[in-house]
Each structure stands twice: as C-alpha cells, then as structure tokens.
Design a protein around this ligand. Structure first.
Ligand code: NAP
Ligand code: MG
Length: 478
C-alpha cells in the first residue's frame, strides 16, 4: 500500500490541479489509510476531454480488438487478485475472502463483455419497392460512471465493462470512502496497453468531482450506483441535459419463507445477509417474511448460525468485518434505536462491537429484530448494515402485499417446496430480480436493476450492453 495515490487521466498519473487531497480511512482501525487527490472542475474537465478525444478511435476499433484488451484486463485483475483484494479490504473493511470474490467478479465482467464486443449486430428491415433499412448499435461517446463504496471494484467494472465493450470511453468517480481500487483498476488497464484516455479515474467528493462529471457537456451518458436521494438528484441533472442515465439505487428486499421450507438453509441465508459486507449490500434480503408457525424454529436455527461467528479486521478474514465508516455505523445504530422505540423485539445484537480486535473500528454486532410490523421504519427504510427484520405473515396474499409494500423493488425471494406456489409468488413480486429458493443465486450473466425507487435501467447480463449503446437506423432507397 502507498500513502498517496493519484488519479488516472489520459493514461497518466495526476494530482488535483490545485494539489488538494482527501484522506481515506481504514474502517477496521479508524485511522488514515492513504491520501487521494480531491478532484475538482479542472481535473474532471481534463479527464472528460481525454476520454472524448479518444472515443472515436476506440469505437472504430474492430470489436475483437476491444475484446482483446478487455480480456487482457480480466486476466491482469486475476493476476493481481491478492493485492487488489487486500487494498479493497483495507479501504472498505470487508473480509478478505469477500474482496477476493469482488475482484474475481470484476474480472468476470470484463471477460463477459469482451465476449459481446464483436457481437453487437443490428437488424435488416425490408421495405417497399426494394428499399431497406439496417440498424446499428452505436456508442454514446463518453460515459460518466459514479459508484458507491460497498463493492467498489465490482461496481466500477459492472458499468465500465459493457460501456467499453460497446465502444464508449469512460470516466469513473469512485466513492470518497473507497477510492483506491478504481485507481488500481485504471493503473492496470494502462499498464496492459489500454490507449490513453479510454479509462480515466477522477477521485474526490460527490458534490464536487461527481457533480462536475455528470454536468459535463461532453459526458453523453451517465451510469450511477448509489442512494435514492443522490440518484434522484443525478436524474434531474440528466433530464436537464437530456442524456440517458442508469440508476442502480437501494433496496429493502423481502425473502418470503413458507413453513415447508428447509429452515436450516434459510437460517444460513440470514447469516449470509448479515456477514456479507456487514449487510452493506443493496440486494440483501433484509426483510425475512416468515409464515407465522415457522418463526420460532427459524429464529432458533438462525441463532445457531450466528453463535460461532468471528469478527475482526477484514484483513484477518473473519466472517464479519467493520462497516465502511463511522457515519455508516452511526446510521445503523440509529436505526436500531428506532426499531426498539417502535416496538420491534430485538433478539440479537444492536450494539457496537468493541472487543480487543475491534475496539477503534466501525463494527456493529449481528442484529435481528422479530415481531417487526410492515409499517415500521426498520421495515421500510434501507439500513445498510448487519440488521435483519423478521416479519410474520399468515397467508400468501399477505406475504405478497407486505413484500411489495415498500418504495423499493430491487430483489425479492420465495422459499418453498411447493413449485406452483413458488412461481405464483415470484410472478407477483415487484422487483427486478427474483430468487426462487436460493438468494443471490445469479451472477454476472443475470440482468439486475430496480423496479420503483430502486432504479432505472439494467446492469449485468447481455442486455446491459444495449443500455450503453444507441440505435441508429439507416434507410436505403433503391
Ligand atoms: P451515495 O451517497 O448516493 O453516493 C454514491 C456515489 O455518488 C458516491 O461516489 C458519491 O460521492 C457520489 N455523489 C454524491 N453526491 C453526488 C452528486 N451531487 N453528484 C454526483 N455524484 C455524487 O450513496 P452511498 O451512501 O455511497 O451508497 C449507499 C447506497 O448505494 C445505498 O442506498 C445502496 O443501496 C446503494 N447501492 C445500490 C446498488 C445497486 O446496484 N442498486 C449497489 C450498491 C449500493 P461521495 O462518496 O463523495 O459522497
Ligand atoms: Mg476507506
């Protein structure tokens, strides 16, 4: 690890034009980890201009040439997996095994979209009298990518890979809390031969670097992952500028568990929800809707799951790491207090975890509430921490109504041995991705994105590449 990182603009390392920096913190210790440039208007402008200058050349390359570089990047990320994972873990806090997986998935995105780079084929449309038309998928030019802190390299790759494969160039603005892995991504891309200007990274604050990026007149498409509030704001900027925007926002997803389910397996899913990135996962099953007669048995199985759970600095690869920041820890503890006040029954956790290993870090104990009612705050608002709300239901209709009864609609799940019921309930979910029986069973191949306030557009899978392209129709008269 270095003490000072630089941005990557036009294939070169760069400090902010005014020399300003900001600190990124190690959430396991609360101490400064490294400094990065505090990018401003001038830095964003340089990066976007570099991307714009290169965009025609990049898009004119044969698809297989872009694919070759994207595949090389995928391989290079895997060769650097240990180092990248350690960097991500120090910056974000998540346990090392989870960072290793995030790096692997980032590499998979580049390889997957490399496979599509030479398969962007349009249609031939026959017309009257020998005339015809053909369609082509054309890139937008410069895509501005703004990502959050919970899966930094993974989310940067998820947007950059299809954008680049489709022939766009990109400027990435990582979150201020976790800027390091995006910088490393751009460094590696440069090292393995990406043309200067194709993949740029500008670090800094959202209200500065992020804002300037989405406002820049040469940014022709915006891909945003983050909170509903910021997404709404960016959507307004996009509307004013009349540029397309992808918004991957939050979630408050429900897993509907019928009494015939394998409750030991469901308990493992709940344990996974809590430990995976300490619950800071937009698609996590944070509401567990359980048929009333199964609640006690499921909770007993869950407390067994949580019993032997290790926690500590992510770099020691425990099950549970810290939250990303003091602010996020306080936000989570605040929701716990609200849950108590509104009358939910807290059966586990809820306090800051302060052992010898975690004393100064931002750790929260695995937290479970039962007897949560659908209208409670902890059932409606995204907490983004190791907190699960268990809600009892009686009938299938009740379960569907409760599951759909939030402003979000990112993911949903149903667990039952009754296959007809599984499909029936799944088809009624107002969510962009629905899991039957196993939560998070998808991968990079499965389109992902929100209904309702969870967002606009889809990332992942083959469809996403069309999201990063615009259709052109050419009509030929005989
Ligand atoms: P956030 O505050 O919305 O920040 C996301 C990104 O936007 C950060 O890089 C941030 O910069 C930047 N930003 C802030 N204000 C901006 C502005 N005015 N213009 C341009 N960019 C701006 O979200 P967060 O708190 O970091 O992330 C947590 C949220 O993300 C949760 O709600 C979670 O559900 C959601 N999320 C969604 C998905 C998904 O795929 N659907 C995935 C992961 C997370 P700073 O870091 O400097 O503030
Ligand atoms: Mg950090």
């Amino acid at each position: 690890m270095r003490g000072h990182y630089q941005m990557l603009i036009n294939g070169e390392h760069a400090d902010a034009a005014d020399g300003d920096t900001l600190a990124t913190i190690d959430p396991a210790t609360g101490l400064e980890l490294a400094r990065v440039p505090r990018g401003g208007r001038e830095d964003v402008d340089r990066a976007v201009r570099a991307a714009n200058a290169e965009s025609v050349r990049w898009s004119a390359l044969p698809g297989r040439e872009r694919a070759r570089l994207l595949n090389r990047l995928a391989d290079a990320l895997m060769s650097a997996q240990d180092e990248l994972a350690a960097t991500e873990t120090r910056d974000n806090g998540k346990p090392l095994a989870q960072s290793r997986n995030d790096v692997k998935v980032a590499a998979q995105y580049f390889a997957y979209y490399a496979g599509l780079a030479d398969k962007l084929e349009g249609r031939h449309i026959p017309l009257e009298g020998g005339a015809f038309a053909f369609t082509e998928y054309k890139p937008y030019g410069v895509v501005g990518i703004v990502v959050p802190w919970n899966a930094p390299i993974n989310q940067a790759a998820r947007s950059a890979a299809p954008a680049l494969a489709a022939g766009n160039t990109v400027v990435i603005k990582p979150a201020e809390d976790t800027p390091l892995s995006a910088i490393r991504l751009a460094e590696i891309a440069t090292e393995i031969g990406f043309p200067a200007g194709v993949l740029n990274v500008v670090t800094g604050y959202g209200r500065e670097a992020g804002q300037f990026l989405v406002e820049h007149e040469m940014v022709r498409m915006i891909s945003f992952t983050g909170s509903v509030e910021t997404g709404r704001h960016i959507g307004r900027v996009a509307a004013d500028r009349v540029v397309p925007v992808t918004l991957e926002l939050g979630g408050k997803s429900a897993n509907i568990v019928f009494a015939d389910a394998d409750l030991a397996e469901v308990a493992k899913t709940i344990g996974g929800t809590i430990v995976k990135n300490a619950g800071q996962v937009c698609s996590a099953a944070t509401r567990v809707l359980v048929q009333r007669e199964a609640v006690d048995e499921l909770l007993a199985a869950t407390s067994e799951q949580l019993a032997g759970l290790t926690s500590g600095p992510g770099i020691e690869d425990p099950a549970l790491g810290p939250l990303v920041s003091r602010r996020q820890m306080e936000r989570v503890l605040d929701y716990v207090r609200i849950g108590d006040e509104e009358g939910a029954v807290r059966v586990a956790g809820g306090q800051r975890l302060q052992t010898d290993a975690t004393r100064n870090g931002f750790f929260v104990a695995p937290t479970i509430f039962r007897d949560v009612r659908p209208e409670m705050t902890i059932s409606q608002e995204e907490i983004f921490g190791p907190v699960v709300a268990v809600i009892a239901f009686d009938t299938e209709d009740d379960a569907v109504r409760i599951a759909n009864g939030t402003r979000y609609g990112l993911t949903a799940g149903v667990v039952t041995k009754d296959i007809a019921r599984a499909f029936r309930v799944a088809s009624r979910m107002e969510a962009g991705q629905v899991f039957i029986n196993r939560w998070h069973a998808g991968g990079i191949e499965t389109p992902f994105g929100g209904y309702k306030h969870s967002g606009i557009g889809r990332e992942k899978g083959a469809d996403a590449i069309h999201h990063y392209s615009q259709l052109r129709t050419t009509i030929v008269a005989p």
